[in-house]
Design a protein around this ligand. Structure first.
Ligand SMILES: [Fe+2]
Ligand SMILES: [Fe+2]
Length: 244
């Protein structure tokens, strides 16, 4: 049996974090190269009113669906992973209601609560949510932790720039909710909290490989989402109905 000291496990954890963050940066770069408008949008050098408004709608839809996935994951953990369940419960408690911040922005952008909630999510979001439920059945708590950490990492890395550009283009009132959300994540230390849950579920080399595989798949699904967002707004609407 190998005994690792706290200092050693801290080092291993830092090394693992560097590794998965570089993997994410590489995968995101690949998305920027292949999905139109994603590079400018994430760099904060360009935005578009229709694209941004539809993005806000999907953020609201995804927050609500994701809270349900997290609650399901918590239920599935039962009493087998109490420490991890406590962290997820805390995270979920803090995430409930974040859709309301973006609903304020949507209203200022001209969309009522009914407009937003009656908009069907993009297919990529349906796939993501379906994949998350399926993954919980296959791999237990891991995929939930990896996805939530990814969401926080993404937000920390890109949302400030995305929001600044939208503010410049659309006006300060249109991004009040997005700004409040950014401040909340920074105050609550969500990136750190959720990375600690990823570290908790990695106990072997195989687990580490699974985490990387999930991250690659999540970025792929995010790329599909941005492709659909592009096609439905600035790229010209694509009709999903099949011609007879
Ligand atoms: Fe949030
Ligand atoms: Fe958060």
């Amino acid at each position: 049996m190998t005994i690792t000291t706290d200092a050693q496990s801290g080092q291993i954890r830092n090394h693992f974090r560097d590794e998965v963050e570089s993997l994410l940066v590489r995968e995101m770069e690949r998305m920027f190269d292949t999905v139109p408008f994603t590079r400018e949008f994430h760099a904060g050098t360009a935005t578009d009113a229709d694209y941004y408004r539809r993005h806000v709608v999907e953020i609201i839809q995804r927050i609500r669906l994701n809270n349900e996935v997290d609650a399901y994951s918590l239920y599935r953990m039962g009493s087998r992973h109490d420490r991890l369940a406590q962290k997820l419960a805390r995270y979920l408690e803090e995430e409930y209601g974040h859709d309301a911040m973006f609903l304020q922005d949507a209203r200022r952008l001209g969309l009522s609560r009914e407009d937003v909630l009656s908009t069907p999510p993009f297919f990529a979001t349906d796939l993501l949510i379906g994949f998350l439920y399926h993954s919980i059945h296959v791999d237990g708590p891991m995929p939930t932790m990896v996805w939530n950490w990814f969401v926080e990492w993404y937000s920390d890395r890109y949302n400030e720039r995305i929001t600044c550009k939208a503010e410049e283009h659309l006006g300060r009132d249109m991004v009040r909710g997005a700004r409040a959300h950014l401040a909340f994540d920074a105050d609550e230390g969500h990136v750190e909290l959720m990375f600690s849950t990823v570290a908790d579920v990695v106990r072997s080399e195989r687990d580490a490989e699974r985490v990387k595989q999930y991250l690659v798949r999540f970025v792929r699904l995010v790329g599909m989402y941005f492709q659909e967002l592009h096609d439905a707004t600035i790229g010209g609407a694509i009709d999903e109905t099949v011609a007879a």
